[in-house]
Design a protein around this ligand. Structure first.
Ligand SMILES: Nc1ncnc2c1ncn2[C@@H]1O[C@H](COP(=O)(O)OP(=O)(O)O)[C@@H](O)[C@H]1O
Ligand SMILES: [Mg+2]
Length: 237
């Protein structure tokens, strides 16, 4: 079953269209990556899926329902959750208070204690540092916190934008390994410029170039040259 489907999507910013006829499908309990060079439109696509920008044409379909007209909070209520590339934590608040902020939908609030425990089991460092200020955590720990906060809404689809940005390769690998474990319980859609990580964990990959999907397939179906050209050089394969 497709948990998420995007059909014929056209979207962008005032006076600048970025995405052209973008289509993709994300099967339940899979990990799907969108890869592409800087400026190819990855963040714009995730923003459109989350309802953070308007769509001019096409459909965003979640659990069989067209959600184009829903606000971001309503999409979170339905089971979407987003980790933006800037992480957007509150540095002067504790780890735990940052996590609690992720549980603001009625359903999430009801399960807050249970969610906190699950997240502390999943990322033990967050439990050990629950009373520490978020701003004093390392980059990798902050990324775990941003993911933990997104998990507090108990999503069915976790969407992550460039989680490797600013992290040491070893930390990035560690977090990706964690995501692999998550896909038993939920579905993951991520945008990455770092193709090696995406390649390692993904069930399916879409290559975005100048706002269009130019290739897609299982990692072993996509040639390395297609991936490298698209992700790093910004030229068509
Ligand atoms: N808030 C914005 N306003 C106007 N243009 C934007 C905005 N954000 C991104 N863009 C433009 O949209 C295009 C795609 O950017 P983006 O989606 O951020 O790509 P990526 O995430 O793949 O690096 C770029 O040309 C970028 O300059
Ligand atoms: Mg981006």
């Amino acid at each position: 079953m497709d948990l998420l489907r995007v059909e014929g999507l056209k979207a962008g910013y005032k006076g600048l269209n970025v995405l052209w006829d973008v289509g993709l499908a994300v099967k339940k309990n899979s990990i799907v990556s969108i890869i592409g060079s800087n400026g190819s439109g990855k963040t714009t696509l995730l923003n459109a899926i989350m309802g953070l920008i308007d769509v001019t044409e096409g459909n965003v379909i979640f659990k069989g329902m067209r959600i184009n007209d829903l606000k971001p909070q309503e999409r979170i209520g339905l089971g979407l959750s987003f980790v933006p590339s800037e992480r957007e934590l509150f540095p002067q608040m504790t780890v735990e208070d940052n996590l609690i902020l992720g549980a603001y939908t009625p359903r999430a609030r009801k399960h807050m204690k249970k969610s906190l425990k699950e997240i502390y089991d999943f990322f033990p460092v967050l439990g050990e540092r629950s009373k520490q200020l978020a701003g004093t955590m390392s980059g990798g720990e902050q990324q775990m916190l941003a993911i933990g906060r997104a998990l507090m809404s108990r999503p069915e689809l976790l969407i992550l934008d460039e989680l490797s940005t600013g992290l040491a390769p070893a930390i990035t690998v560690k977090i990706y390994r964690k995501l692999e474990g998550l896909s038993e319980r939920m579905t993951v859609l991520l945008a990455e410029q770092n193709i090696h990580q995406a390649f390692m964990v993904s069930d399916y990959i879409y290559v975005l170039e100048n706002g269009r999907i130019v290739a897609s397939g299982k990692p072993d179906e996509l040639s390395e040259s297609t991936l490298i050209k698209s992700a790093y050089l910004g030229v068509k394969a």
